[in-house]
Design a protein around this ligand. Sequence first.
Ligand code: OGA
Ligand code: MN
Length: 201
Amino acid sequence: MLEDESDWRATAVALRDRGYATLPGAMPASAWRTLRAEAQQLFADDAFSSARIGRGDGARTEGLTRGGSICWLESGMPAGNSFLRWMDGLRLSLNRDLFLGLDSFEAQYAHYPVGAGYETHVDRHQSSNARVVSAVIYLNSDWPAEAGGELVIYDAQDAPRLTQAPDGGTLVLFMSDDTPHEARIATRERWSIAGWFRTRD
Ligand code: OGA
Ligand code: MN
């Protein structure tokens, strides 16, 4: 598990220089499997709600196709809370290395059923600059290449810059304001956590 300041520094540099960073194996399998089990239990308990409504949609929300459902992480969720604490270490490192003034982190478990995806969007809301850095961590075991479901980040000319399969333990960070991205439709159920480092609104 990436823990301390020096571990996160290369991530901060990539984020600064490229606008995104990928970290395969950022978290050991035992940790992301525990997160997925918590998500699945919450899902079974009907704690998830449709991803189409509520906060959490991108700046180009109108008419946007976003499948699946989400559940906001809270400190009372044991696995979710340890994830939030882990991301708080990253928040402090990003502040030290990039002077981003990140004030808080919010995150949601996301479940996409077979056939669902999330069309190209940016994460920063039109009405608020609060979201500065986006983070996604994947919770899927043995994801086959032919199952789709990749995260694709585009450049300003709509050419793919990154195509990342949703492999368990892979963490992707990108800037929330100017990074168009999509989650491609998958032929399997897809579990992840999507989160946002925020400044004060
Ligand atoms: C999001 C998002 C991408 C992914 O939730 O805003 O873009 O790969 N997710 O799950
Ligand atoms: Mn997004």
